[in-house]
Design a protein around this ligand. Structure first.
Ligand code: PTT
Ligand code: SF4
Length: 612
């Protein structure tokens, strides 16, 4: 088998043991890597119903056949576990040197089981694994922890670490790496914290097995140069992801005041142009020639990296239109290791719930100073408010009652990304059916939808586009594993990816082969879901209720008086199920699972939920 190391590292923190386990070529070609490996491993190894924050949960770090190989934007890794936020399979994708180092150490994935007795750092160097004390940095933030590791092992080491958020089991704690990278929105950082695992450090020295290393080197390095040239021409990295903010504001798609409004007169103060003007430095992931991480000085003078999601959800969504203050909130999320997106939506929900009278409190939209304090309380689970905020918006809404769940901006427990879909049906569907909850990673249809279709349409073409994007984004890029931005932002052809895959593996795959694996993965995540929520119905695939509420419609602008129609959304959802071959509950039937090669997995799921 070429293209994969063929090995998974299994570490048990309770027993302080580790072993190298091999996998077959069939496993490799069925699941490719990254998210594919993670869904299969966690399905086979986790008993449904376990506490995501208990020692039975497992953390998977998984790479793909092109991870770590010099080629466009391959310095990414998938981190996955049963999510403490959503209660079923959850994952994230972050830029990290671990991608290259773990593969050079001889592994395509690692599984971390059990729970350490004391705060621990795992040190992996080729075949060696050490269980080292991390007591010195327990209680410290991610910047200090990263520096501490670099001080010991040098800046070339691959590092994953958590901050106080992960330690204190905040349900939306992320894992951090390098200067500005963060991943694992559904609380994968809290899973690390629950295991008393502060950091994972990896160094590897072996060659990554490839069918045609010389050909891959020439192809990959040549293509990195081409992507560099394309970026220089397009100028996308001048504003990077925050380029989209001004557009969202213009098309009435910006989250403002807990998604109550879709645009704001002061949005220009936090847009991409302002971000570029305030730029202090640029950071990015390994193997990237279009680095997109723009840092600015925050209100307190610290360097903070701002992407669109961070600005949209910690800025406009909280009615904060001061870029330095948004930088401060973002810095705190990075330092504590909290997901900026869920943190932003949780704070905006709290302010909204206070305004609606569903709870009492002293937080108002626009109050950046109080927002900073609330992030500190949440990260440390300090007091009643800190403990509440650490639970995320859905659990808070259930605690508050008063119909506040309607404006808790989440799907399946995961907070919505920064696209206000009051009247953007395709993007609303994409949030509804995203595999792990409302993440834009899966299908960012909004740009296609607003440029190429009418906003009024709830037709089958939108469901088809969502599936196409899920296959590309949630399937191929998450399994190979590589960053999708060269394709999205620079127009780098998708055809390049099977080319890389074939060069490293010696196989002869097409994009259609990639889509088959993607469909298998989506079906498998549904099986994860129904094992945990056997009563699952199509309502779980609905976006937040407030988007269907006529009284919440904009009073002016391009979508004045309009909102999503619930019956039409239901039809659109049905188109999605029909095209995927799912039943009316949104669950793949046994015949489809058989075709996807998942009969054994279907039989396992049937112990918990009825399959058609
Ligand atoms: C991703 C999510 C995103 S997606 C953003 S901004 W974005 C937020 N960034 C955070 C942050 O920063 N700090 C923090 N404490 N929390 C944060 N939470 C949010 O996390 C990220 C880039 C971006 S910037 C995007 S869109 C693309 N995402 C990719 C993806 O998902 N898959 C893939 N194959 N390629 C991608 N390329 C781009 O990567 P999650 P990163 Mg992140 C400071 O992990 O859980 O998936 O959530 O990875 O290395 O930081 O790069 O406008
Ligand atoms: Fe990382 Fe941005 Fe480069 Fe993608 S484009 S690999 S997110 S720096």
């Amino acid at each position: 088998m070429k293209g994969w190391t063929g090995n998974i590292l299994r570490v048990n923190l309770t027993k302080k043991t580790y072993k190298k386990e091999s996998f077959t070529e069939e496993f490799a070609t069925t699941w490719i890597g990254g998210r594919g490996f993670a869904v299969k491993i966690l399905y086979d190894e986790l008993k449904p119903g376990i506490d995501p924050l208990g020692p039975e949960n497992k953390l998977v770090v998984a790479l793909g056949p092109i991870s770590g190989i010099p080629a466009p934007n391959t310095g990414k890794a998938v981190v996955a576990a049963k999510s403490p936020l959503t209660g079923f399979y959850g994952d994230g994708n972050l830029g990290t040197k671990v991608a290259e180092q773990l593969r050079k150490a001889g592994y395509d994935a690692m599984i971390v089981e059990g729970k350490a007795e004391k705060p621990t750092m795992l040190y992996i160097e080729d075949d060696k694994v050490e269980f080292l004390s991390a007591e010195e940095v327990w209680g410290k933030g991610t910047y200090a922890t990263n520096d501490w590791v670099y001080g010991k092992y040098g800046k070339n080491a691959g590092v994953l670490n958590i901050g106080q958020g992960g330690e204190n089991l905040v349900r939306y704690a992320v894992i951090r790496s390098m200067e500005g990278r963060a991943g694992g929105r559904p609380g994968i950082g809290a899973v690390m914290g629950s295991k008393l695992l502060k950091a994972i450090v990896v160094k590897g020295t072996k060659p990554i097995p490839q069918a045609n290393p010389e050909a891959m080197k020439a192809l990959g390095i040549g293509d990195l140069k081409k992507v560099y040239e394309m970026d220089k021409k397009s100028g996308w990295t001048k504003q990077s992801t925050n380029a989209v903010l001004a557009w969202c504001n213009e098309v009435a798609g910006l989250p403002v005041q807990n998604f109550r409004k879709t645009s704001h007169a002061e949005a220009w103060k936090i847009d991409g142009e302002r971000l570029n003007a305030a730029r202090v430095a640029t950071y990015g992931c390994p193997n990237c020639t279009m680095k997109c991480g723009i840092t600015i000085h925050d209100k307190e003078g610290r360097e903070s990296e701002l992407d669109y999601e961070n600005v949209g959800l910690l800025g406009s969504n909280l009615n904060i239109f001061d870029l330095n203050q948004v930088g401060s909130l973002n810095y705190l999320c990075d330092e504590y290791g909290l997901d900026t997106m869920s943190a932003g939506c949780t704070l905006s929900f709290y302010a909204d719930a206070i305004e609606h009278g569903a709870t009492t409190g002293d937080f108002k939209f626009g109050d950046a100073e109080r927002a900073k304090e609330l992030l500190r309380l949440a990260a440390h689970r300090e007091g009643k408010v800190g403990n509440l905020l650490a639970e995320g918006s859905l659990r808070m809404a259930r605690e508050f009652g008063h119909n506040s769940e309607a404006y808790a901006m989440q799907v399946k427990g995961l907070e919505v990304a920064a696209y206000n879909c009051k009247f953007i049906p395709g993007q609303a569907l994409s949030f509804g059916v995203a595999a792990i909850g409302a993440h834009h990673r899966e299908a960012w249809i909004i740009s296609f939808e607003l440029k190429n279709t009418t906003r009024e349409s709830f037709g089958p073409e939108k469901a088809a586009k969502v599936i196409e994007l899920q296959r590309i984004r949630g399937g191929m890029f998450e399994t190979l594993v590589a960053c999708r931005f060269p394709w999205i932002e620079e127009g780098w052809s998708l055809e390049n990816y099977p080319k890389y895959f074939n060069t490293v593996t010696g196989l002869n795959w097409t994009l259609d082969d990639m889509w088959k694996v993607a469909d298998r993965i989506y079906a498998m995540i549904k099986l994860h879901y129904i094992r945990e929520f056997p009563e699952a119905t199509r309502k779980g695939d609905y976006p937040p209720a407030v988007w269907f509420d006529q009284s919440n419609a904009d009073t002016e602008g391009p979508i004045a008086g309009k909102c999503l129609d619930i019956a039409k959304y239901d039809q659109l959802l049905q188109h999605y199920y029909d095209q995927r071959g799912y039943d009316e509950r949104g669950i793949p039937p046994k015949s489809l699972l058989g075709k996807l090669g998942l009969s054994k997995e279907a039989a396992a799921a049937e112990k918990y939920a009825k399959l058609n």
